[in-house]
Design a protein around this ligand. Structure first.
Ligand SMILES: Nc1nc2c(ncn2[C@@H]2O[C@H](COP(=O)(O)OP(=O)(O)OP(=O)(O)O)[C@@H](O)[C@H]2O)c(=O)[nH]1
Ligand SMILES: [Mg+2]
Length: 303
C-alpha cells in the first residue's frame, strides 16, 4: 500500500459517518454518464446534507451542467473532484518544518479538542525525530494540566507548567526561553478554551503573544484554531471572531469521525481562506491526519 493510498484510507475512515449517513446514495449517481434534472437535484441535496455549503454546491452543480453541455458523456466523479480541488487549493496546507524555534499556539472554544490535538502533534513531531517542548498554557484547571502531562508522557516529550491559576503569558514566556536556550525546534502551547464573545479572554491571547515576542520576535509562528466538525458551519462564526483577534494562521478540524457533516471542511476553508493543517479522526494518538486536499477529496467521493 502506497503512502498516498494509506492517506486516502485514513480520510475514508474519518469520513465514514458522512459516507454511511449521507453520501452512500451518491455512488449510483456518480457512476452515470449523464444526469437528468431529477438526478442533479438528488445529488445537490446530498452535497448540502454533507454540509458542503450552498456556495460550493452551486459551483459543483454549475460545473456538471457545463460539462454536460460540452460533451454527451461525462465522468461526474472526476468533474466534482476537479472542482472541489479548485476550491481547496485556495488555501493549500503549509508544511510544518523545523527551522530555529517554531512556536505553535493552539486556541479555540471549550472542548473542541485543543489539548488532544496538541498531544497528537507532539507525538508526530517527536516520532519524526524532532524535539518538542509542550507548554501548559491552560492554567485554569488542575485537570487540564494533568491531561496535558499524560499526553506529554505518551509522546515522550517534556511538559512545562506553572502553578494552577498562574499567568498563561508567564509560562509561555518561560517556554520560549527554555526552547531558545536548549535549541528545541518546536514549542507547542496549549491554551484554555475561551468563548469568542468574551473580550477579556480574547485579550489574554494577545498578552501571550506579546510575552512570546519578548523572547522570539517572530513568535508565535503558527496559531492553530481548533474547530469541532460536529458543530458544522456554526463553527464559522467562532472562527471569524478568532481570526480577527488572534491572528489565526491555520485551522484544525477535529471529530470528523463523529460527524455526518464531513463536507464542512469545504465551506470553512472557502469562507475563511485559511489552510487546514490537520483533521482529527478519533481520540487516539494516530488519529490526526495532516490535511491533504487530494486524499481528502478521494476519500469523500470514494462511494
Ligand atoms: N472522536 C473524536 N474525539 C476527539 C477528537 N479530538 C478530541 N476528541 C475528544 O474531545 C474531548 C475534548 O478534547 P480536549 O482535547 O480535552 O478539548 P479541549 O479543547 O482541550 O477542551 P478544553 O481545554 O476544556 O477547552 C475529549 O474527550 C477528546 O478525546 C477527534 O478527532 N475525534
Ligand atoms: Mg484543553
Amino acid at each position: 500500500m502506497g503512502l498516498f493510498s494509506g492517506l486516502i484510507d485514513k480520510f475514508k475512515q474519518g469520513l465514514q459517518r458522512t459516507q454511511e449517513l449521507v453520501l452512500a446514495p451518491m455512488g449510483r449517481l456518480l457512476g452515470l454518464k449523464r444526469l437528468d434534472e431529477d438526478q442533479l437535484m438528488e445529488l445537490e441535496e446530498l452535497l448540502l446534507q454533507a454540509d458542503l455549503g450552498v456556495h460550493a454546491t452551486d459551483r459543483l452543480m454549475e460545473r456538471l451542467r457545463f460539462e454536460m453541455k460540452r460533451s454527451s458523456e461525462i465522468d461526474p466523479k472526476a468533474v466534482l473532484k476537479d472542482e472541489l480541488l479548485k476550491i481547496l487549493h485556495q488555501a493549500p496546507p503549509r508544511p510544518f518544518t523545523a527551522e530555529g524555534n517554531q512556536v505553535v499556539l493552539l486556541v479555540g472554544v471549550n472542548g473542541v479538542g485543543k489539548t488532544t490535538t496538541l498531544g497528537k502533534i507532539a507525538a508526530q513531531f517527536k516520532a519524526r525525530g524532532e524535539e518538542v517542548l509542550v507548554v501548559a498554557g491552560d492554567t485554569f484547571r488542575a485537570a487540564a494540566i494533568d491531561q496535558l502531562e499524560l499526553w506529554g508522557q505518551r509522546a515522550g516529550v517534556p511538559v512545562l507548567r506553572n502553578q494552577m491559576g498562574g499567568d498563561p503569558a508567564a509560562v509561555a514566556f518561560d517556554g520560549a526561553m527554555s526552547a531558545k536556550a536548549k535549541n528545541i525546534p518546536w514549542v507547542l502551547i496549549d491554551t484554555a478554551g475561551r468563548l469568542h464573545t468574551k473580550d477579556h479572554l480574547m485579550r489574554e491571547l494577545d498578552k501571550i503573544r506579546r510575552s512570546l515576542q519578548k523572547v522570539i520576535p517572530e513568535a508565535p509562528h503558527r496559531v492553530l484554531l481548533v474547530l469541532d466538525a460536529t458543530t458544522g458551519q456554526n463553527g464559522l462564526q467562532q472562527a471569524e471572531a478568532f481570526k480577527q483577534v488572534a491572528g489565526i494562521t491555520d485551522l484544525v478540524l477535529t471529530k470528523l469521525d463523529g460527524s455526518a457533516k464531513g463536507g464542512v471542511v469545504v465551506p470553512i476553508l472557502e469562507r475563511l481562506k485559511l489552510p487546514i493543517a490537520f483533521v482529527g479522526v478519533g481520540e487516539k494518538v494516530d488519529d490526526l491526519i495532516p490535511f491533504d486536499p487530494e486524499a481528502f477529496v478521494d476519500g469523500l467521493l470514494d462511494v
